[in-house]
Design a protein around this ligand. Sequence first.
Ligand SMILES: [Zn+2]
Length: 179
Amino acid sequence: MVGQPKTLYDLRKVEGAVNVTCKACGKARLYDLEELISVRLFHRQSVDWDVVLHEMPCWHCPDRTETRVAIVPYAANDRTLRARRAETLVINLALTVLKQAASRANRDGIDTPAVRLALRVLRQFLPDRALLVRFWEEGQAAKSTATNESHFAHGWIVQALLRGGHSVWAEFRRPGDRV
Ligand SMILES: [Zn+2]
């Protein structure tokens, strides 16, 4: 990475996790990046990297924020973590395509090659294709009506992915979705 990250979102370009070590008790915890973003947004804490560096509490003694925060790059031979990161990127890019399509559904419908590709990509991560069919049908229906239910369908897809143990970017989750 070139230069210091400004926010936690910038770390998405880095293949690694975030390690937080407490200077008081010495305990360390490795955070998945999306988990860390979700936790901080949930508690209405800043995701600015500079703030995280100085105000990241210890998981063991939460009143202590004298912690050492460091990015731990995945080892070159860590295939599982790399595969998971690649999978996370593919899933979330597909969710981005569907989100943008949903926001234009009333005007344009959602029948585009990008949406078809995104649905096919997500199919391999969802045990049941019913939610994807629902998204497609709601998005198509939105073109001829004033309502647009495809946003709800998008939310259900996100929840199903989380239930399946997949990492979903914080901006797609709603309060109450599991972390
Ligand atoms: Zn501690």
